[in-house]
Design a binder for this molecule. Structure first.
Ligand code: IMP
Ligand code: MG
Length: 176
């Protein structure tokens, strides 16, 4: 068990399980995007660790870009997505793979898809390390690659935070 701020967390997904899954997902991207270089769009801050591990296993030509949005406060979604930083590159006409840490209510992804459509992005695929299927509140979002489907519980580590802390942990923990 570990303590982060005022809460206790227990181990949930080990570093080796994560790394194994990251490699599998990269393998699928290598197959699907061979001959059609994508831009990987990392969603900051949460996806930074997954993003960097994932791209290390890509053998196809690719570009990277980032956007920063925020919606979580403490242990739950605020229901509002706040833009914190615009997309770092012009993605018009490009094939984009959005790389997220977790899809929870789906509101962040819904917002992102609108931003990308507004930029003139013709093709968007979505990769997320985690998904909480029971927490989804929006319709019409199809996730192309999901690392782990998890229960509707608060998790932290491997990029995911509790009030800014815990992102540096190499494995994923769940609230006790
Ligand atoms: P959504 O908009 O509700 O789908 O949530 C999107 C964002 O909230 C994710 O990209 C995460 O950054 C954050 N988030 C959702 N669930 C958790 C969690 O269990 N722990 C930490 N952050 C989370
Ligand atoms: Mg995120």
């Amino acid at each position: 068990m570990i303590q982060i701020l005022d809460r206790n967390f227990v181990p949930y997904i080990s570093a080796s399980e994560i790394q194994q899954r990251v490699k599998e997902i990269a393998g699928k991207i290598n197959e699907e995007f061979a001959g059609d270089p994508p831009v990987l769009l990392g969603v900051l801050n949460g996806a930074f660790m997954f993003f960097s591990d994932l791209v290390k296993h890509l053998t196809i030509p690719c570009e990277v870009a980032f956007i920063r949005i925020s919606s979580y406060q403490g242990l739950q979604s605020s229901g509002k997505v706040i833009p914190k930083m615009e997309v770092t590159d012009d993605l018009k006409g490009k094939r984009v793979i959005v790389v997220e840490d977790i899809v929870d209510t789906g509101r962040s992804m819904e917002y992102l898809l609108q931003v990308l459509a507004g930029m003139g992005v013709p093709s968007v695929s979505i990769v997320t390390l985690l998904q909480k299927p029971d927490a989804l509140e929006v319709e019409g979002i199809s996730l192309d690659y999901v690392g782990f489907s998890i229960q509707n519980q608060f998790v932290l580590g491997y990029g995911l935070d509790y009030n800014g802390f815990g992102r540096n942990l190499p494995e994923i923990y769940v609230l006790k």
